[in-house]
Design a protein around this ligand. Sequence first.
Ligand code: 5GP
Length: 324
Amino acid sequence: MKKGKKIHEGKAKIIYATHVKDLVIQYFKDDATAFNNQKKSTIEGKGVLNNRISEHILSNLSQIGIKNHLVKRLNMREQIIKLVEIIPIEFIVRNVATGSITKRLGIEDGTVLKEPLIEFCLKDDKLGDPLIAEQHILAFYWASKKEIDKVKKMILRINDFMIGMFRGVGIKLIDFKLEFGRLKVNGKEEVILADEISPDTCRLWDSITDKKLDKDRFRKDLGDLIPAYTEVAKRLGIEDGTVLKEPLIEFCLKDDKLGDPLIAEEHILAFDWASKKEIEKVKKMILRINDFMIGMFRGCLLYTSDAADDSLRVDLVGRRIIKK
Ligand code: 5GP
């Protein structure tokens, strides 16, 4: 997939054109903003985690028949998505009252709602995404009655599915924001789920401790945002793609019959497969080779990873190389 020019840059993502008319690339940035852009920062690794988590949730939703814009994840920060005309409404879904609703209506923080509450906000940064009624949407033709009814049905299914998915991994889904877009399919206009679903757009609390595992860690200066998002990814079973702080060297016994089992350095010494001096020399060489290879592949826009599109993969001598 050839990346074309930038079409749109938002607070957390950039959209690029591709050589295919109806497909675009969604790039997840590390930028974090809150309170209508008044608070800003860059949190290294956030985009990578949101890309993975959003991919996981949207691909699971598509398996239960919720149509959405995700085509496939391309690499650590990018996914191919269908180009849609975004409906200019943020759909907020609340299961537990917290955040803006508690301030706006004086509802006690943590009140469990009898039924999910859907709120509508006009998607307009300059106006601070004001809360609106369904009647405003109809009065100003931001969406039709048919579209709103369709979206509300989809939202309730998405909410039920996500509550279950998170409950299964010890997380309470407190509230979240969704966006939808219009797409022409065989001459007919359809409304599909768009944007992202991630800890940036949801409030997620640990089921037992109520620890916040979402963007409130940034909004409220709680710190440790990356460990919290990583925890969400881990619990959802998304483990690979984690960027290691330092290169990790593992040893496997070269024995096809045994399936090249993982061994410790002690095994190597115990069975005289290599001497301590040899291992130390090899480890030093490995670190230099690794640094060189990272540099070389980075330089020609390739990187080694499991996290990529098969069609963009070239296997060089048993090594997985991904075109960026
Ligand atoms: P609140 O209205 O309480 O601030 O937010 C309700 C939910 O919607 C939260 O999960 C929050 O993360 C999400 N949300 C509302 N507006 C936005 C927005 O403009 N950007 C993002 N990322 N999330 C939003």
